[in-house]
Design a protein around this ligand. Structure first.
Ligand code: SF4
Length: 584
């Protein structure tokens, strides 16, 4: 590692005492690179076994990586914490400017502990931390409004990031998110609720540190190679043109698109809320994360008239991609794009994870249909497929939690179904609501076994869609999922966007690390990936995770996938094999 690289600095912040200090930790970054690798070590150090995710001392860890600010598409910041949603490992990644802001502020990682007695926001810049009163921002409905006020009051425009929560985080909805740069999100597993438990409204990070490279000429060469590969790649062009929303039509076509709480896998007419339909009718602009030449972030412009004001319109800019379209669109049978965008905007404004919210609403709709609950529980709301206006009212109730039913919904579908019944159609895996792919066994196994129970852990849906001869056995499927997840630990330690995983081959990673002052050969990278995977798994086991206790929702065996009906016995065989491998 280059000796004076600020990446080695870990900033520790204590919200209870309004104090901070910095420690040099070359040991962490030499061995684990950065990102997820460093974060899991810091989590082991600061989060003792059995700690309540809402305890004042529960840590929030933010990390960046050695290629950030140097290489294209090394653009993701990692957040690690104990998840209030699953009670286990919490890990979430976000693009935007956060990763580069942390690094240019002079740190490789930030650890926030303690809890403030009054609402507070942090300003991290120029080697110091300011603790600002956020009392007037607490309770603001729209997370963007709070950020706008902070933007007006703080310096650093152009070189800063602003992480903030909405009302859902303040009220500790266990799947509340943290927004950054308005259109990027630490979405999954409830980081926003942990912010809320600490009375932490926002974190501003800004800096202008220059970044060292070991060999300028070699740096130029590898930078150009990655940049050219990114702009020439047909896959990246697809992400730029339509974004991940381009998945809607192909998934509908093959019958892998979850519709009506996965009672169906095709819509009558998917076109209006497909990537193509939204681009034609609503696309207002595209954005990119810092240091990304692709720009896959798609922003819809929803133009609506004011009530009783002819010829007066307001335009709302709303970021969309495939997962929100699935969760708040197809899963709820909402095919009207304006209705979908309105619901998405409300979910984002309150600061909820869109995926969990959609699955929770889908479960509640089916539970109402089946008579497990009545309008007494829903406080008069007749939740019905396709009715976006009623869903918007339900979302408000999830955030404000006016009765036991909405308090249960605010803890997710696993908990709500354990109280009200309907576990067979409660689509959570390892306690986390499902992503938008009913493509075959690998997708569902991937969420069950993945360390974050996320589609990003190992992309099982992608394995399902590349049939092999002979077809995979339960054991070879598990092997493939684990191999992919271990390599992804390397990428997420370098905080490389997973969309660029085809560009950042092991050879390119080695060349990039060399110029950044972290030379590693292929064997060392493989070993780092395995080691991070093991350390995360050890944390999960310590907190009670056991493959044997994973719940397989019955619904996935009732609705055909593109590969036919899923075989429960084969899935159980895969889980038994995974358990033996993980414990072997
Ligand atoms: S491809 Fe998209 S998500 Fe990935 S870094 Fe670029 S803009 Fe961000």
């Amino acid at each position: 590692m280059i000796a004076d690289d600020p990446l080695q600095n870990v900033l520790y912040i204590d919200l209870s005492r309004n104090r901070f200090h910095v420690e040099r930790r070359p040991d962490l970054f030499e061995k684990h690179l950065g990102g997820a690798g460093v974060a899991i070590e810091l989590l082991h150090e600061t989060c003792p076994a059995g700690m309540d995710p809402f305890a004042p001392e529960a840590p929030i860890i933010l990390t960046t990586g050695p290629l950030v600010g140097l290489m294209p598409l090394a653009s993701k910041a990692v957040a690690m914490f104990k998840s209030p949603h699953t009670g286990n490992l919490g890990e979430s990644h976000a693009g935007g400017r956060t990763a580069v802001a942390i690094r240019e502020a002079g740190y490789g990682a930030i650890v926030i502990q303690g809890a403030s007695s009054l609402p507070v926001y942090l300003v991290i810049s120029n080697g110091s931390v300011k603790f600002r009163d956020a009392t007037t921002l607490w309770g603001m409905r729209h997370a963007t409004t709070a950020a706008r006020v902070i933007r007006e009051n703080e310096s650093g425009a152009g070189v800063r990031t602003i992480l903030r929560i909405g009302r859902a985080g303040e009220n500790r909805v266990t799947y509340a998110c943290v927004k950054t740069e308005t259109y990027r999100t630490f979405g999954r597993l409830g980081l926003g609720a942990v912010f809320g438990s600490k009375k932490l409204k926002a974190v501003v990070i800004a800096g202008k540190h220059s970044l060292p490279v070991a060999d300028r000429r070699a740096y130029r060469r590898i930078y150009d190679e990655v940049y050219q590969a990114a702009i020439a790649s047909p896959l990246m062009k697809k992400y730029h043109d339509l974004g991940t929303a381009s998945n809607v039509l192909p998934l509908h076509e093959i019958g892998g698109l979850p519709v009506r709480n996965l009672q169906q896998t095709r819509l009558d007419d998917p076109r209006p809320i497909s990537g193509e339909g939204l681009a034609e009718g609503y696309l207002g602009r595209r954005l990119a994360c810092a240091h990304c030449p692709v720009g896959c972030i798609h922003i819809a412009a929803l133009r609506e008239p004011y009530v009783n004001e002819p010829y007066f319109y307001k335009t709302t800019m709303i970021s969309y991609d495939y997962e929100p379209i699935y969760a708040l669109g197809t899963m709820l049978n909402i095919t009207d794009p304006a209705g979908f965008l309105r619901l998405l905007d409300v979910v984002e404004s309150w600061g909820l994870d869109a995926m969990s919210t959609g699955v929770v609403l889908a479960w509640a709709t089916e539970a109402l249909e089946r008579g497990l609950i009545s309008t007494r529980e829903t406080l008069g709301l007749n939740l019905a497929w396709g009715d976006s206006a009623t869903y918007i009212l339900a979302v408000r109730n999830i955030v404000e939690q006016p009765n036991d039913f909405y308090r249960a919904l605010a803890r997710g579908v696993e908990y709500a179904s354990s109280v009200y019944g309907g576990q067979e159609f409660a689509l959570a895996f390892g306690g986390n609501e499902m992503p938008g792919y009913h493509t075959g066994p690998a997708a569902h196994l991937g969420w069950l076994l993945g360390l974050r129970h996320s589609h990003l852990d190992n992309a099982g849906y992608s394995i399902d869609q590349k049939p092999t001869a002979p077809p995979p056995t339960p054991e070879t499927l598990v092997d493939a999922l684990m191999k992919e997840e271990q390599w992804r630990q390397v990428l997420s330690s370098l905080v490389i966007c997973f969309f660029a995983r085809g560009i950042y081959t092991p050879e390119v990673v080695q060349a990039a690390l060399e110029v950044a002052g972290f030379p590693r050969d292929a064997a060392a990278l493989t070993q780092i990936g395995e080691s991070i995977y093991r350390r995360k798994y050890a944390f999960k086991v310590r907190e009670g995770f056991d493959v044997e206790h994973l719940r397989l929702p019955k619904r996935i065996f009732e609705t055909p996938s593109p590969l036919g009906m899923l075989d429960e016995a084969a899935m159980q065989r895969a889980l038994a094999y995974a358990k033996a491998r993980l414990e072997g």
